[in-house]
Design a binder for this molecule. Structure first.
Ligand SMILES: NC(=O)c1ccc[n+]([C@@H]2O[C@H](COP(=O)([O-])OP(=O)(O)OC[C@H]3O[C@@H](n4cnc5c(N)ncnc54)[C@H](O)[C@@H]3O)[C@@H](O)[C@H]2O)c1
Length: 355
């Protein structure tokens, strides 16, 4: 089946369209909706579809199967609820929700609507992670031990000239919620769910409300320990993961917005096992990477095939992790997960909402 998609928001939405256009036998980009008509029209020239400036008009269109939400963060939750109510499947950019309570409401709405929510985590689709998954499935890496993560990017005033960025009201959070959310998703995927957090956050690079530096320590359900270093004040843009497993030490590439799309290093602890590790194909049987890989997995999932699509629980976990990080920083406590929903931080990330 070919799924008919409406892309809402033509910023990162343009990259979504790039991915969807690579899968023209699975998806048709029927509408691009943006308040900026020129922007929407420039994309419709590529897709051959229509344009709109009205989300309500798009949701009322019976010829749309999937709504792909690439709008500013504060709109994600409300538009997802409206789209489910209109009978659409939803693809939603990060962060999926404005609070853990809202993430729980989305989960309930998904359950009752009979439609599906697919949070966007396109970093999962790349050759390095593909090989890691295959090694894990083959039982060759052993238990996760420690990992260090770097999200060291350069964001300056030109980036924050976009008025929704840097504000709790519209971006909802800073580098923890917005920028490092992808790399934290990868660690949950390959090291297990996070069960305990300590964190220190700063706003020291730009004149914004939200955090732009962080030092975070996590324990995962596998007993492994993870450190995550985040700044938007680096000289360049580097995303890097180094993961030490029982039998193999794995180092990612450093490609800023697609760390999985580079050749990774897989070093066996016991050098006699290196050949076995090297023999597991990585790039040789590579599926599509980045957004195209992400969308292909969704089409497979909707077609009822086995797939590695990102489902709602990953989006909800990412919101819970960010919530726990804010809570750990603001209380100075080590925070256990799952979070106690009666904590006021579960209602929103803005400090005044719970201090
Ligand atoms: N997955 C990733 O790697 C990635 C990368 C960048 C941004 N994002 C996320 O994507 C989302 C959008 O970010 P962006 O950088 O594209 O922002 P942006 O401001 O560049 O684009 C958002 C677009 O939405 C449009 N818009 C706003 N309100 C609208 C409305 N009511 N109706 C129709 N159109 C409307 C704007 O005109 C704008 O063109 C954010 O949540 C951001 O966190 C994800």
């Amino acid at each position: 089946m070919t799924y008919r998609v409406a892309v809402l928001g033509a910023g990162i939405g343009i990259k979504h369209i790039d991915g969807l256009l690579q899968l023209s036998d699975r998806f048709e980009v029927r509408t691009v909706c943006d308040l900026n008509e020129e922007l929407a029209e420039s994309q419709a020239l590529r897709t051959g579809g229509t344009t709109s400036t009205s989300i309500a008009e798009v949701l009322a269109d019976p010829d749309i199967d999937i709504v792909d939400i690439c709008l500013p963060p504060v709109m994600h939750g409300p538009v997802t609820l409206e789209a489910l109510a209109a009978g659409k499947h939803v693809i939603v950019e990060k962060p999926m929700a404005a609070s853990l309570q809202e993430a729980d409401r989305l989960a309930e709405a998904e359950r009752t609507s009979g439609r599906l929510i697919f949070p966007v985590f396109q970093y999962r689709y790349g050759r390095g992670l593909h090989k890691l998954r295959r090694l894990q499935e083959a039982g060759l890496v052993g238990a996760p031990r420690v990992a260090s993560l770097e999200t060291h990017w350069n964001r300056q005033s030109d980036y924050y000239a976009n008025p929704w960025r840097g504000t709790f009201a519209h971006e909802l959070g800073g580098a923890v919620l917005s920028h490092a959310i992808h790399i934290h998703d990868l660690i949950s995927l390959h090291f297990g769910r996070v069960t305990e957090i300590s964190a220190m956050l700063n706003t020291s690079i730009n004149k914004i409300e939200t955090e732009d530096c962080a030092a975070i320590a996590m324990r995962t359900e596998t007993g492994a320990l993870v450190t995550s270093s985040i700044t938007l004040g680096a000289a360049d843009d580097t995303s890097r993961l180094r993961m030490v497993f029982e039998h193999v030490t794995v180092e990612s590439g450093q490609v800023p917005y697609a760390p999985g799309e580079a050749e990774w290093q897989f070093l066996a602890r016991d050098e006699d096992r290196q050949a076995e590790i090297d023999a597991v194909p990585g790039a040789a049987d590579l599926p599509l990477e980045g957004f195209a890989g992400y969308f292909e997995a969704i089409a497979d999932h909707l077609d009822g095939k086995a797939s590695h699509a990102v489902t709602l629980s990953a989006g909800r976990d990412s919101i819970e992790l960010a919530t726990a990080i804010y809570h750990a920083d603001r209380t100075g406590n080590r925070v256990p997960l799952p979070l106690d929903r009666s904590l006021s931080v579960c209602n929103g990330f803005k400090p005044s909402e719970h201090t």
